[in-house]
Design a protein around this ligand. Sequence first.
Ligand code: KG4
Ligand code: ZN
Length: 403
Amino acid sequence: MVRLFHTLSPAISRLNFIHPRIFLAASPSIRLQRNHVHNKLKPKISPSSSSKFQRTRAYSTTTRVSSLTKRESWKLDDDGLVVLGIETSCDDTAAAVVRGNGEILSQVISSQAELLAQYGGVAPKQAEEAHSRVIDKVVQDALDRANLTEKDLSAVAVTIGPGLGLCLRVGVQKARRVAGAFNLPIVGVHHMEAHALVARLVDQELSFPFMALLISGGHNIIVLAHELGQYTQLGTTVDDAIGEAFDKTAKWLGLDLRRSGGPAVEELALEGDSKSVMFNVPMKNHKDCNFSYAGLKTQVRLAIEARKIDAKCPVSSATREDRRNRADIAASFQRVAVLHLEEKCERAIDWALKLEPSIKHMVVSGGVASNQYVRSRLNNIVENKNLKLVCPPPSLCTDNGNL
Ligand code: KG4
Ligand code: ZN
């Protein structure tokens, strides 16, 4: 979870009306923008809002926020702006301290790897307990590594959604404790908006308007970012996100889930033949920019069953032939899962360029953007369209505290 510092000032000013549904279709300005777009290209493009974007709980940050305005003016003009970011939307507890100029002073992540392996995925209650156990230490470590104390902070930023409600609450409560004790403003951060905007930390040339493909465990969306807070969603998943498909494939193939499923599939895929198992590319006949991964997941499960692969037998103990079968499925799945991204991105770029011909960049972010195969395939697509791919390093693609 991330947010770019250069955007902090407008982000805080937006807090006067902020709530977890800030990303799309939330503020009047966004609605205006979307209607405008809709009229222009109707009926070819009908940007839709995703219910997943809106699936968040309303935390009552507004009371604090309304009392911030008098602090904003002097704090936000200050070059010495320092913000503590807190992220607990899913399975890792993260905190970071970032300067107003985008310099990351510290970044701490406490992983729930063992829980992931034990439960075969994220178990919300256990994840919440794990966050609660480590949140104080993670925040303290982030401050210590930055050689700062709470008194040096200008604001506290925290992910307010979308994510697992039980987990988000741990981060929000911590943010409120710190902010309350030191009279600091809280910046509520939209998880997916943060995935998109973190790219501005790593590429100084990146400016609005740009495109962003956000691919994580729970989301698969492609947006056109007109400016801060103004986004047109060109496509979203109609069922599962690509990260979910990676995670289930890893689980069914008996892979080590401690680093989450994606990296395990990516690694095994290197040993396999990506054309050996014939999976269908999803939504071939849909002339839109939406995604679907539920059907591909089913295809993978059936292929695994047909080859009598036993997930209870870890890949490390599999026979040579069994391992080869698993690697072929991993490679074939990855190829088709990414082909689906490629096809939809190509179309989305065409759509976006009609809306904003000045676009120069496409950001690809979210946990799945750590995948090297994903990066190189999407780079080809983006370059063919004369755009530049901006992919944050893996440590900034996956959830983190750089708000
Ligand atoms: O953004 P993120 O850290 O958390 C969510 O917002 O969901 O993304 C986590 C997702 C998981 O599904 C994980 O398996 C996937 O990103 N992921 C990867 C890779 N690294 C993480 N998927 C494919 N290849 C990877 N190298
Ligand atoms: Zn995420």
